[in-house]
Write a protein that binds this ligand. Structure first.
Ligand SMILES: [Zn+2]
Length: 340
């Protein structure tokens, strides 16, 4: 059974580490933290103990609840289903406006230890479709996500990552076989945004998005429209073009920003959201507006105009498709509705 504790049950050695003299380099994310004995990495999840890099955040859960999958957000993956959502404390980035900063950056919340078998048992008891890792950054939970994902797949359940995409290529490739869907934040296609406000580099996130897409995994992207940072329509167009060049069928969630953490600009202007939405719809097949409950920006509509999925808050009505086929025009849609 699950146990409440702030200490790991066993010391889980990180697979991606390299000895550099008397120090250990963590090779999971592009920060490549090089740590001395007892030093903790940037993400807060790994510490050098007795000369080994140990995943001290293994199974340490700060948040857990059964959520509609639309809340993640994932709109083209099992629409209308519920998924057990869990998160670690900590993050590899430090976005000035992070809505979840109390989990991702303050690192003060108590955690409880839940081992992979127990977590999957909870999913089955709650009749969820699987596990989504969210709130904090799941990639800093690399070892835990791998172990949970393997068990979920053995039981025919799904494993979903809601992530900032900040991971190196080798560890990402180890996660791909046990992950069914990703929603990755693309904050900007301007590197200054990542370096000035998020403590990371754009190229690392773009590499992750391309690898996930090329691996044929279900991928959706989220772009937060932060006032005065990402509210220049020319920049928005560059971002939309970058996505369209990879694949115009990648769903994009345009998300309204609200003041949070260290950032106090006013919430995103509604006219800008509307302009960005119209622009994105002209180049991408699936564009949604998140964080606003007022209209049609949440619906899925086929290119032929047929309303496929109507969403009113978290009320989901699948109207115009059979499996992933449009009932009106017969088009095959970029929707995952079963794991066959
Ligand atoms: Zn259609």
């Amino acid at each position: 059974m699950s146990q409440e504790s702030s200490e790991p049950q066993t010391l889980i050695r990180s697979e991606f580490q390299k000895k550099i003299g008397s120090k250990i380099k963590c090779e999971i994310c592009p920060h490549l933290c090089t740590l001395q004995e007892k030093e903790i990495g940037n993400c807060g999840g790994r510490e050098v103990i007795s000369g080994e890099l140990i995943a001290t955040n293994y199974g340490q859960i700060s948040s857990l609840q059964l959520d509609p999958i639309e809340k993640k957000p994932l709109y083209n993956f099992f629409p209308g289903s519920e998924i057990l959502s869990v998160g670690p404390n900590g993050c590899s980035l430090s976005c000035a406006w992070c809505l979840n900063w109390k989990i991702s950056q303050a690192k003060q919340l108590p955690t409880r230890m839940i081992l992979p078998d127990d977590l999957v048992g909870m999913v089955e008891a709650l009749d969820g479709i699987g596990v989504a890792y969210t709130y904090g950054e799941p990639l800093i939970w690399f070892e835990f996500v791998q172990d949970v994902g393997k068990i979920l797949h053995e039981r025919g359940l799904v494993n979903i990552l809601l992530s900032n995409g900040y991971i190196n290529e080798a560890p990402l490739k180890k996660l791909l076989p046990i992950t069914d869907a990703f929603n990755i934040d693309l904050k900007s296609v301007d590197d200054c945004c990542y370096t000035n406000f998020c403590g990371g580099k754009l190229e690392d996130v773009q590499r992750t998005i391309k690898i996930v897409h090329d691996a044929g995994k279900h991928l959706e992207l989220t772009h937060l429209l932060v006032s005065d940072v990402s509210t220049d329509l020319r920049k928005t167009e560059e971002l939309i073009n970058w996505i369209a060049n990879i694949d115009p069928s990648i769903p994009l969630h345009l998300s309204k920003y609200f003041p949070a953490n260290r950032f106090d600009k006013p919430a995103t202007d509604m006219q800008f959201i509307s302009d960005a939405f119209e622009l994105a719809k002209s180049k991408l097949d699936w564009v949604y507006i998140s964080n606003i409950w007022n209209g049609t920006g949440d619906n899925s509509v086929c290119k032929c105009g047929n309303l496929l999925v109507e969403r009113t808050g978290y009320d989901i009505d699948i109207k115009g498709m059979d499996a992933n086929i449009c009932k009106a025009c017969g088009a095959e849609l970029n929707f995952v509705v079963d794991m066959k």
